[in-house]
Write a protein that binds this ligand. Structure first.
Ligand code: ZN
Length: 254
């Protein structure tokens, strides 16, 4: 029996590429763009997919060919220039659309890994699709530029204590690098007893994040990509440091 679609009650009867046709076309036309990015850190600290041709089977045809396809069509005009390293200005609507694209990929990526419980819950996923089109609360999305070229898509879980309650905050970080565009999504779930705290700072590894990332969600006016500092293949501002930006202290997610 087919699994249920992660966004609606229909069976997951669609086997589709994780990346839409237009992105795969870019990869095919420029094979150097699909080099997996090598990290110095141990792979076991995060899960990711190196191969752009990966297939997924966790959504139904109706979702895939409907609102998910619409989101791809909306994002192509603004994403393509950034993939190809061209300066781009994103208005509020474009930022929201790109944020939704990245969150969608994060939800699908973690559903592709059946061994683990998913971070995003049913309420978040069903509210995410139209007509509600809600972005999960306590979500931030950033974009940056990778000076190299390559491909990476992965997610990782993080935990933080609050007032001596271990694991009071459970976060999920999705990082996607396609050619020159880097996107990172962080969503935090906070235990109900801390729900009235408002925006909680999670603490991150040191880095020039203010200079190397643009906040895409929540929206504060237009943003101009690329940011002043780019991520590099190696060194103090490496793309690996972006992937492991939130991995501070002991990893207790395993
Ligand atoms: Zn569906």
């Amino acid at each position: 029996m087919a699994r249920q679609c992660i966004f609606c009650p229909r069976p997951a009867d669609s086997k589709e590429h994780l990346w839409s046709g237009w992105i795969l076309e870019v990869f095919k036309s420029r094979p150097e763009l699909q080099q997996p990015i090598r990290f110095s850190k141990d792979k076991t600290t995060a899960r990711w997919i190196d191969n752009p041709e990966v297939l997924i089977s966790c959504v139904c045809q109706s979702c895939n060919n409907g609102w998910m396809s619409d989101l791809e069509i909306q994002n192509r005009p603004q994403m393509l220039p950034m993939l190809l390293d061209q300066r781009t200005t994103l208005g509020p609507q474009q930022q929201k659309s790109l944020a939704r694209w990245a969150i969608l990929k994060g939800m699908v990526l973690e559903a592709a890994n059946r061994e683990r419980d998913s971070f995003y819950n049913n309420e978040e996923r069903s509210a995410f699709k139209p007509p509600l089109s809600s972005i999960p609360v306590a979500t931030t999305v950033w974009i940056g530029r990778f000076s190299g070229i390559g491909f990476h898509a992965g997610g990782t879980g993080i935990f933080r204590p609050l007032e001596n309650v271990p694991k009071a905050i459970h976060g999920h970080v999705t990082t996607i690098v396609i050619a020159h565009l880097a996107i990172q999504v962080l969503t935090a779930h906070v235990l109900p007893m801390f729900a009235d705290r408002g925006r909680i700072s999670l603490g991150q590894n040191p880095g020039k994040w203010d200079m190397s990332l643009l906040e895409c969600w929540p929206i504060f006016g237009s943003v101009r990509w690329p940011p002043p500092i780019s991520f590099t293949p190696k060194g103090a501002n490496s793309i690996g440091r972006l992937v492991f930006r939130w991995k501070v202290g002991t990893d207790i997610s395993k």
